[in-house]
Design a binder for this molecule. Structure first.
Ligand code: NAD
Length: 363
């Protein structure tokens, strides 16, 4: 089969006798000359292959320069599809050698949750800026270690909070800040899907996931309640449920929480692996607005007082990664920072503690 890579290889050898790697070198050289930062994706699973690598084809300020993987069988396909030279391919053993590779500016950690900390620390110690997927880790203590590793190595850290860079969600932040429709009163939000029968680590291995739907998707409902109120919670009560005991070992199946924020703002939040919900609905003194679906990769629909928000969708991951590069270049604060990731983990621990104890937990 003649594919692009083989074609380049044979053409280069036939015409100039030059090594085929020259072509890859040229591609990367050109992108660096365009001023783009090189990102290496670490952990080539569903999200890296389905969303991040495609997004890196449309980013303006960064590009997919390298990969780090524990699965050698994935390497040829990735190299071919994304024109990644051998010099930018690493495994989990030789990953630390990335320190001497100037083509990689940023490492993006996309592994199961409980592996975020070791890889983020190694990336920072190798002198790379780091993006780490949500949830930041499986405990607030581990999040603190990640933040301090990045600080000690003078590297920036972003958490993969794509929706903090998304236009509908930016609109919610603006409404809250400006009190466009008066003060926010109640935020109803739920992100759930029917995943109880899944075989992926997030449904089967609590030592990797750190919890059930709250860690995986409920975190978006928690996030939105913080930025749509423009406040930090002061207390939480919560209830968790399990109706299929043999599934989701060591994890909740459904969890619901009620959070109090300053100025009398209440959140009613939920997340489940046996439900189908994906919305945020905000009631204010003088009206209401809603995003539904709210947390998907695209197709978000915003409604304000019954009328469409008329906000176009865009590539969320590209916006997130481009913003991070701008933050690094301009030395500006990271919106989805490690501190935000840590804050969410503290609140998640509070929600779990409230559900376990039946008590109201104060932050
Ligand atoms: P996945 O299972 O599809 O991929 C995980 C990758 O990690 C795989 O390539 C796997 O080989 C690798 N890995 C390395 N060590 C492993 C180990 N010990 N056990 C299992 N896999 C191991 O998962 P995913 O859906 O791509 O999720 C990865 C991370 O991205 C998670 O933290 C998840 O929460 C996050 N995520 C974020 C979004 C988002 O919208 N921001 C969406 C999906 C996933």
């Amino acid at each position: 089969m003649v594919n692009r890579r083989n074609f380049i290889k044979s053409t280069a050898l036939a015409t100039a006798g030059a090594p085929w790697l020259l072509s890859d070198f040229n591609i990367h050289h050109r992108r660096r000359q365009e001023g783009k930062m090189g990102i290496a994706l670490l952990g080539l699973g569903g999200y890296a292959s389905g969303q991040l690598a495609p997004a890196l084809q449309v980013t303006k300020h960064c590009y997919l320069a390298g990969i780090v993987t524990g699965s050698p069988s994935k390497i040829p396909e990735w190299q071919e599809q994304y024109e990644i030279p051998d010099s930018n391919v690493y495994n989990y053993e030789n990953f630390d050698d990335i320190a001497s590779n100037d083509a990689i500016d940023i490492v993006y950690v996309v592994t199961p949750n409980a592996l975020h900390m070791p890889f983020v620390i190694r990336a920072a110690e190798a002198g790379k800026h780091v993006i780490c997927e949500k949830p930041m880790e499986i405990s607030s203590n581990r999040c603190r270690k990640m933040i301090s590793a990045c600080e000690q190595n003078n590297r920036r850290l972003q958490i993969g909070y794509r929706l903090r860079y998304e236009s509908h969600h930016r609109q919610l932040m603006e409404y809250a800040r400006n009190e466009t429709f008066g003060s926010v009163k109640v935020i109803d939000t739920n992100f759930s899907f029917y995943g109880v029968n899944g075989s992926n680590w997030r449904f089967t291995d609590a030592s990797l996931s750190g919890g059930g739907p709250l860690m995986d998707i409920g975190i978006y409902s928690l996030e939105v309640s913080r930025y749509a109120s423009d406040r930090e919670p002061i207390s939480v009560t919560a209830q968790s449920f399990k109706t299929i005991p043999e599934k989701l070992p060591g994890m909740e199946e459904s969890i619901f929480w009620q959070m109090e924020f300053p100025d009398g703002i209440i959140t009613n939040g939920g997340s489940s692996y046996v439900a189908r919900s994906n919305y945020v609905h905000i009631s204010t003194e003088k009206g209401w607005y809603r995003i539904d679906p709210a947390f998907s990769y695209g197709g978000l629909k915003g409604v304000v007082n019954g009328e469409s928000m008329n906000i176009p969708n865009h590539n969320q991951q590209a916006a997130q990664m481009d913003a991070f590069v701008q933050n690094i270049r301009n030395e500006t604060p990271v919106i989805g920072s490690g501190e935000e990731g840590l804050q969410d983990m503290i609140y998640i621990e509070g929600i779990y503690e409230a559900a376990r104890s039946g008590q109201k937990i104060r932050f």
